[in-house]
Write a protein that binds this ligand. Sequence first.
Ligand code: FPP
Length: 249
Amino acid sequence: MALSPKEPIGTPLHVAIVMDGNGRWAKRRGLPRTLGHRAGVEALKRTVAAAPDLNIRSLTVFGFSTENWSRPAAEVAELMALPRRYFESDLARLERDGVRVRALGRREGLSPDLQEMLAEAEARTAGNDTFLLQIAFNYGGQADIADAARKFAQDVADGRARPADMTEATFARYLSTADFPPPDLVIRPSGEQRLSNFLLWESAYSEFVFQDVLWPDYGKDHLAAALAEYAKRERRFGGAVTDDVLAAG
Ligand code: FPP
């Protein structure tokens, strides 16, 4: 099946994950935080491998937020090295397995070689349509919304758009997540229960599952458990349950 922007892609179609708890995982083992992040990359590999078996067609993961720059320089340097660590071992396999890779977030601010690596991952997998893997890196939901508003304002200033063109659908096309559906399910492991500036616009009607496991320990069973929880939910997108409407009428 082609991974068309216009059609839904699987059940649940799109899962987004805040990969949280690397630091605590390391601390509990008396290890430096950097080793927690490296273990987090292994958990990402397990999760990407497990997702298609669980009928997920699209996965979006939070790798580095616009707020993470405030961490100590050594930790930032380790976080900046994670995409290379991941792609060096896995890009060829992703490419072969039909996975399309897309990086979300601001490229400016990243080193030229990291920008190049993200561009290469996108280019090498651009023709793939079996699975979509979006990696949010130097991403913030508010920053993405601000960037989208700036681009639209520029289009208006340049005569390419009119203020009256602005609708929710128009705005979504200016976000870095443009062209693919929003997440059906947002998962946050580690016990924290907040969105932390992830996919603010896109998660308007997502279901949320919070799990009490640290990200480096995450794997197929945890993902399956989150999907089982999701399957119990009733999504109404702001509408009413049909039975209630009938009862009220
Ligand atoms: C939050 O845990 C996690 C991060 C800031 C980094 C997440 C990144 C990965 C798991 C690997 C990403 C891989 C690629 C390819 C980008 P934390 O350090 O805040 O944990 P804590 O809350 O326990 O301190």
